[in-house]
Each structure stands twice: as C-alpha cells, then as structure tokens.
Design a protein around this ligand. Sequence first.
Ligand code: SF4
Length: 104
Amino acid sequence: MPKKFIEDYLEPHDEAWRGMGTIPKSGLVLKEKYAPFDARKKFNISVGEPRKTKCRCGEIIRGLIAPEECALFNRGCTPAHPIGPCMVSTEGTCSAHYQYMRED
Ligand code: SF4
C-alpha cells in the first residue's frame, strides 16, 4: 500500500501491545471522517489491555531476560506445546533458543 493511502486514511493512535503495555502513537486507526467504516465503532468493540499471563515474551523481546529465565521455558512451554508467541514460530526467540540449546 503506498504511503499516501496510509496518510489519507489512517492516523497515529496510542496502542496497547502484549507484554509491552501502551506505547503512545504506535498504532494506526481510521481517521474520524471514515468512522462509518471503522468496525470498532460500528460494532462498539472495546479492545482492552492485553490479558496478563505467566509468559514473559514481552521482557524477552526487549532483551531484559533470557528465555531460560522464564519459569515455563522447557517446563510446560516447548515448541510442541507453546504457551506464548515467542515459542510458536521457529523464528521466535524462545523456540530458537530451545532448538539451539539442545544442540550444545
Ligand atoms: S514463550 Fe514460553 S518460554 Fe517463552 S516467555 Fe512465553 S511462556 Fe516463557
């Protein structure tokens, strides 16, 4: 999508990110003149803060802790049974760590 379309239809918005909290102007929403096409407004959908879990992906992707510092790493959370998004895909930090940890 050309950048002009983004600028024409969308505007920055404070967005809540799982594991990271709300970051000012980190998301995009439809401009007010397009409100009739905004599903959140049309269907009165409220998107609250992400639910809290024991998954520590937010800290891991910010480099604050290593995967094995999560109490669930390899103790309930594995690539075969992922609990958090960092373990879901092969590129996920926890998944990659799990795979290469086992090759040492
Ligand atoms: S994906 Fe699994 S191991 Fe990684 S932080 Fe989340 S719960 Fe812990």
